[in-house]
Write a protein that binds this ligand. Structure first.
Ligand SMILES: Cc1cc2nc3c(=O)[nH]c(=O)nc-3n(C[C@H](O)[C@H](O)[C@H](O)COP(=O)(O)OP(=O)(O)OC[C@H]3O[C@@H](n4cnc5c(N)ncnc54)[C@H](O)[C@@H]3O)c2cc1C
Length: 552
């Protein structure tokens, strides 16, 4: 087989597929390498919920949401909190460019590729601070009709067409171990051919080596993802502002998200910035039917559940479900325990629990209108019911005393006192007697129902937790679940990787999570959600186009 290509793309996740398709579209001979078997093509994005951040879309307007580029920029900057002169220099520029994209051509471009959206827009990261603080002022989380697989599909299709047309070579089970440099420029890759594997999509595959390889090209694009599947790296980079790293955490990503390639790119002269910025969730439950090792599922919660720490103390405002992921993580890391609790009712779980992962939303992933409509019927979705029946983190009881006893039994730690939890639940329920209240969580959920989308499918009618008509009561033990890497290889607005001197490393490009979704961290400290897939699309497209142009 040929040894020389115009461009090599390392990693066949969403960013790599987009970049490879762009390169081959421009007639560039492209080599796509991935350490996983072909069954896992598409990487994390295939498993994703398919939530995409769009600004001022027809879906928002139909639901009466007034959004604008200015409002989105205000929210983004309030969440990002960029405060590092050098490390944030390019991340900030990428953020501005990304807002333009999300408010501009993103939807039309995707629509042209056949991507469609569920009509109800979700409201992720609601914030809970002031106008210039963290969070989305309005709902912007647009769910791809068909979830993760449907956002991968158009790009996978283009890559396969290019392969069939002889413009692109795709080699699975090829793990890059080194970037080859000559006179300061990256001119190729070398690595190990891994043993053939019949691991199903997302499953960990063996690392047995059967051979080696070396390929050369004028441009090498690193699209190898982040570090979320490597708990040692997550702990090593854990920022002290978030307290101690958790001893116990679940993995929200497949094992291939190992962060190894980032070190390899660094050795070749690339600069990694903002290593201490990451995005992990606090509403993780252990998957009763795991696909990858230590598989955790994130609950995408509506705002009504009562959130208690491991000792049963209600979390302070605004640590409400779905408001401020990292703010809540920080609060929880200072409790001294790795888990926390939701207490809720059957009524709340029916309306407010969604599970992040394409396999956990068969109605949306399978594009079944009939199944989606059945969400308005009583009862939780089938995957949520399966967790209630089989998940190890769930307790169901007819009264609070039994519930607390069950929670204590589950952990075996006996940290919870019934009287203390009852006092807080009663206090919260007393705040329901008027249409107005001092309890900010109740104010927030009443406010949320002013938004049609929340009222239809997301926020339960406010009710007392101890109202037997809303029961039974449910408690969910919540773990920390690792997910996204917000920092990464610093890139300029063409996706060229920069060295420690700030100048591009000739021949080296990066996109997707490996580049902090652009610039080495376009999110700054915090994300608005739905911005990761979009970040892969935008940075993958940009790097692919720029590399094609640079190659000439
Ligand atoms: C369950 C789940 C739900 C999510 N939901 C959402 C959502 O709703 N909205 C959103 O915006 N984001 C979501 N995300 C995040 C988003 O899916 C990821 O951030 C994004 O897909 C990352 O894509 P990537 O191409 O950068 O990396 P990856 O998907 O990680 O792909 C990287 C590829 O590189 C390969 N690779 C790594 N190292 C090497 C090497 N040395 N040699 C060869 N190959 C290598 C890997 O095998 C892998 O195939 C979700 C993620 C998960 C897991």
């Amino acid at each position: 087989m040929e040894r020389e290509f115009d461009a090599i793309v390392v990693g066949g996740g969403l960013a790599g597929l987009v970049a490879a398709a762009e390169l081959a579209d421009k007639g560039k001979r492209t080599l796509l390498l991935d350490q996983e078997p072909e069954a896992s093509l598409g990487g994390q994005a295939w498993w994703s919920f398919g939530g995409l951040f769009l600004v001022d879309s027809p879906e928002q307007r139909r639901l009466g949401v007034k959004d604008s580029k200015e409002l989105a920029l205000q929210d983004w900057m309030g969440s990002a909190g960029f405060d590092r002169a050098e490390e944030d220099h390019w991340g900030r520029k990428w953020a501005e460019a990304y807002i333009d994209f999300a408010a501009g051509e993103k939807r039309a471009w995707l629509h042209g590729l056949g991507v469609r959206f569920f009509p109800i827009v979700g409201w992720a990261e609601r914030g809970g601070y002031l106008a210039e603080g963290h969070g989305n002022s309005v709902p912007r989380f647009h769910i791809v009709w068909g979830t993760g697989p449907a956002i991968v599909a158009p790009f996978e299709r283009r890559v396969r067409e290019h392969r069939d047309g002889g413009r692109l070579v795709y080699l699975p089970r090829h793990r890059v171990d080194r970037l080859i440099r000559q006179q300061g420029a990256v001119v190729g890759v070398s690595g190990s051919v891994l043993a053939a594997s019949d691991a199903a999509r997302g499953e960990a595959s063996s690392r047995d080596i059967t051979g080696d390889f070396e390929y050369r090209a004028r441009a090498v694009l690193v699209t190898s993802g982040g570090i979320g599947g490597n708990p040692d790296l997550v702990r090593a980079n854990w920022p002290s502002r978030l307290g101690e790293p958790p001893k116990h955490m679940l993995s929200g990503v497949p094992a291939h998200v190992d962060g190894r390639m980032l070190g390899i790119a660094e050795e070749a002269g690339g600069r990694i910035v903002n290593r201490d910025r990451m995005w992990h969730y606090t509403e993780g439950i252990r998957n009763w039917s795991p696909i990858w090792p230590n598989h955790g599922i994130r609950i995408l919660p509506g705002p009504s559940s009562l959130w208690l720490d491991a000792r049963g103390k209600r979390l302070p405002a605004p640590n409400f479900p779905g408001f401020d992921t990292l703010g809540t993580l920080e609060t929880l890391r200072h409790t001294g325990y790795d888990y926390s609790w939701f207490i809720l009712t059957q009524k709340i779980i029916e309306k407010e629990f969604a599970l992040s992962g394409s396999e956990q939303t068969p109605d949306l992933t399978g594009k079944s209108v009939r199944q989606v409509l059945s969400r308005v019927l009583p009862g939780p979705t089938a995957p949520v019911q399966a967790f209630l029946d089989k998940g190890e983190d769930f307790v169901v009881a007819d009264n609070l005393a039994e519930l607390v006893a069950g929670m204590n039994r589950l952990t075996g730690e006996g940290l919870l006192r019934f009287e203390e939890i009852e006092r807080q639940v009663l206090a919260r329920d007393r705040e329901m007697d008027n249409a107005f209240t001092k309890d900010l969580q109740i104010t927030a959920l009443r406010g949320a129902r002013q938004y049609k989308g929340d009222k239809f499918i997301r926020v339960a009618r406010p009710h007392k937790l101890l109202d037997p008509k809303s029961g039974p009561l449910i408690a969910v033990r919540l773990h920390i679940v690792s997910r996204k890497t917000l920092g990464g290889l610093q890139t300029d607005l063409s996706g060229r990787v920069l060295g420690t001197d700030g100048a591009p490393v000739p021949g080296l490009y990066a996109a997707g999570e490996a580049s902090g979704f652009g610039g080495g961290g376009m999110h700054g400290y915090r994300a608005l959600e739905g911005t990761f897939l979009g970040g892969c699309l935008f940075s993958g497209r940009t790097a692919g186009r720029a590399a094609a142009e640079d190659i000439g």
